[in-house]
Ligand binder design. Structure first.
Ligand SMILES: C[S@@+](CC[C@H](N)C(=O)[O-])C[C@H]1O[C@@H](n2cnc3c(N)ncnc32)[C@H](O)[C@@H]1O
Length: 233
């Protein structure tokens, strides 16, 4: 039986409910982060390895501007959905590989850009290895799009019972900006879910019972997000 919420257990979401993640990420971001990031980092006609490809949203969006995209994903259930979506969309300049962000299954200097769109590694110390691997594989740039401190769950961060409140994203900033000297820029985006039922079934399912109650009381159908785009040449 499907629970009312997985209470922030993203590992369970990816393993058992890839269709819920896919529906959650299919609610368009306005303006789209996939439009905003290429305005900061040029990926036109380049080869891109998109690490943590999930069900394929980021990789498919990048494939519209890049010459070739290689999506790398560790969870077989997510990978299967990504492959099906690329096939359904007849997107021919994209392939998906099963692999780990901490040991990217690509050779040194084999792509122009390595991206990670909300790869969300845990514990955050793992970003060091992702960055080292990204710098090994990419000829030009490593780009990571994450959630800045205090924005887990977008504007509802205050409502979410998050046992790691503030700690993960602060450590990410330390690793990317201080240790590895990435540049960064913040972008904003809104997800509109249309109906209370839809937002509760997706956002509430992922972020927990307190969020479900809050959304119903406030009659809220949209969520504002802040993303941090980190990049290094
Ligand atoms: C929040 S989803 C983002 C998916 C996609 N980039 C998007 O924008 O829709 C994070 C994905 O990273 C994957 N992931 C987590 N740890 C990973 C690792 N060590 N190596 C590769 N993928 C990983 C998860 O399985 C999940 O599919």
């Amino acid at each position: 039986m499907c629970p009312e919420s997985i209470e922030n257990r993203w590992d369970i979401l990816y393993r058992d409910y890839p269709q819920v993640y896919d529906a959650f990420s299919s609610v368009p971001y306005q303006p789209s982060i996939f439009d905003q990031v290429p305005k900061i980092i040029n990926m036109q006609n380049l080869t891109v390895a998109d690490i943590g490809a999930g069900t394929g949203k980021s990789s498919l969006a990048l494939a519209k501007i890049a010459r070739q995209v290689i999506g790398v994903e560790i969870e077989p259930a997510m990978l299967l959905k990504a492959t099906q979506q690329a096939h359904e969309k007849n997107q021919t300049n994209i392939i998906f590989l099963c692999g780990d962000a901490l040991a990217i299954p690509l050779s040194t200097d084999s792509v122009d850009v390595v991206t990670g769109f909300t790869l969300a590694l845990f514990p955050p110390a793992q970003y060091r290895e992702f960055i080292r691997e990204g710098l090994r594989v990419a000829k030009k740039q490593v780009v990571y799009v994450g959630i800045p401190p205090g924005w887990y769950g977008g504007e509802l961060h205050g409502v979410i019972d998050n046992p790691f409140k503030g700690t993960i994203d602060l450590e990410m900033d330390r690793i990317f900006i201080e240790e590895f000297q990435f540049q960064y820029q913040d972008v904003f985006s809104i997800q509109e879910y249309g109906t209370i039922e839809n937002i509760v079934n997706l956002y509430g399912f992922i972020f927990g019972k307190k969020v479900i109650d809050y959304l119903k009381i406030e009659n809220k159908t949209s969520i504002r997000w802040k993303f941090r785009v980190y990049w290094r040449e």
